[in-house]
Design a protein around this ligand. Structure first.
Ligand SMILES: NC(=O)c1ccc[n+]([C@@H]2O[C@H](COP(=O)([O-])OP(=O)(O)OC[C@H]3O[C@@H](n4cnc5c(N)ncnc54)[C@H](O)[C@@H]3O)[C@@H](O)[C@H]2O)c1
Length: 361
């Protein structure tokens, strides 16, 4: 088998990570589609991509040799593009969040099963060296059953622009809860993706009109555009296994600084992975910590785990894992069934917040 041939849809902010990962895994990006073909050319020509299209349909008919499609568009377009690619017999790698809600994600999962093709999502934090190190301790039994965990991605001033697709619920599906699902996905992954039982959540929309809370990343503001998503979500989830998880997610909230972390308490050991930012949203200003807390010989013992710094938070290595999953070199780091559970939880958090009461799953 020659190199895996990939077509990318969407030449925005995330495309360079996908491209770098695919190249590192030995795959070849043969074509790129974007509504804005000029943007696709600007991205692709310096990187040696030769064919450009205005949409997925044109790309699939013009470049039928494509084995796999990478979807990097605003969230609303994930489901139709993913299903179209799967129905054309392609493997698919799709940016997070999987879709706007659980119903769409289930439709994507079913399309992948019908096609017999791999469908993976860019839940890149699972591919970080810190997450791999913690999984080593979980798999070798050092941690034991995780009773409780706390998943935090809180930004102090990280609204990704005003009026563009990120802040428009019809296109994004939601605010930071849906945009920053990485830590609660990672906590669920550490906990063994247990079956949820109850969800209780609150959302807030303070600061969504204030430029003081605009982040250093995102997309340009859209004059007259819609800003109708939450700025923060706080939730508590219980599972049928007796485990529980707290979720904190914000783009704008009165925090000391941006904090990205999972902390957990197991029956044998606890632990954390943590990224602390000096400047919100700028990975280059971050400090990473990874630790396991345990008891040995009557003493309280802390392991401070040193791993290679991955400023890109696994975005490149997750794309490598997709190609390796396609070629059978490695197991996929995430599955559609897990994405469905994650999105059922997102739906339940919004439902609980709207109803101001717990939701049973
Ligand atoms: N994993 C991460 O860390 C991470 C970080 C940021 C964004 N994302 C996700 O990546 C995705 C894209 O975000 P972005 O920041 O690159 O967005 P972006 O707005 O910078 O780029 C999106 C591109 O898609 C194109 N596009 C839109 N609809 C299209 C369609 N139907 N067909 C073809 N092209 C189309 C647009 O013209 C644009 O060039 C989103 O799902 C977002 O949630 C992931």
């Amino acid at each position: 088998m020659g190199p895996v041939k990939i077509g990318i849809v969407g030449a925005g902010g995330m495309a360079s990570y996908h491209f770098e990962g695919f190249a590192r895994a030995g795959a070849e990006v043969v074509a790129m589609a974007d509504k804005d073909t000029g943007r696709a050319r600007e991205f692709g020509e310096p990187r040696g991509i030769r064919r450009f299209y205005a949409g997925l349909g044109d790309m699939l008919s013009g470049s039928p040799e494509i084995d796999a499609v990478s979807v990097i568009t605003p969230n609303k377009f994930h489901k139709p593009l993913v299903i179209e690619a799967l129905e054309q017999g392609k493997h698919v790698y799709c940016e997070k969040p999987p879709a706007l809600n659980a119903a769409e994600t289930i439709a994507m999962q079913e399309a992948a099963e019908r096609a017999g093709k791999i469908l993976m999502f860019d839940l890149n934090n699972r591919a970080r060296p810190e997450a791999k190190a913690i999984m080593y301790y979980i798999k070798n039994g050092k941690v034991g059953k995780i009773n409780s965990a706390q998943a935090t991605w809180i930004r102090r001033n990280g609204i990704p622009g005003f009026g563009g697709w990120f802040t428009n619920k019809a296109i994004s599906g939601g605010g930071p809860l849906l945009d920053l699902p990485h830590m609660f996905d990672l906590a669920l992954y550490f906990m063994g993706y247990p079956e949820p039982d109850y969800v209780l959540a609150s959302v807030f929309n303070d600061f969504m009109g204030s430029r003081a809370f605009k982040g250093p990343w995102g997309i340009p503001d859209l004059k007259g555009g819609v800003t109708d998503v939450e700025s923060a979500c706080h939730a508590f989830i219980t599972f049928k296994t007796g485990q529980c998880l707290m979720v904190r997610s914000s783009w704008a909230e009165m925090n000391e600084r941006e904090v990205v972390s999972v902390t957990f308490q197991g029956q044998s050991s606890g632990g954390k992975i943590e990224r602390l930012f000096d400047i919100d949203g700028l990975d280059g200003t971050s400090i990473d910590n990874c630790a396991v807390f345990t008891e040995e010989n009557g003493c309280q013992v802390d392991y401070h785990i040193k791993v290679e710094k991955d400023e890109q938070m696994g975005r490149v290595t997750q794309a490598v894992n997709f190609v390796d999953a396609v070629t059978g070199k490695d197991a996929p780091l995430n599955t559609p069934a897990q994405a469905v559970i994650m999105m059922k939880l997102v739906d339940a958090m919004y439902e609980s917040a709207a109803a101001a009461k717990p939701v049973k799953l």
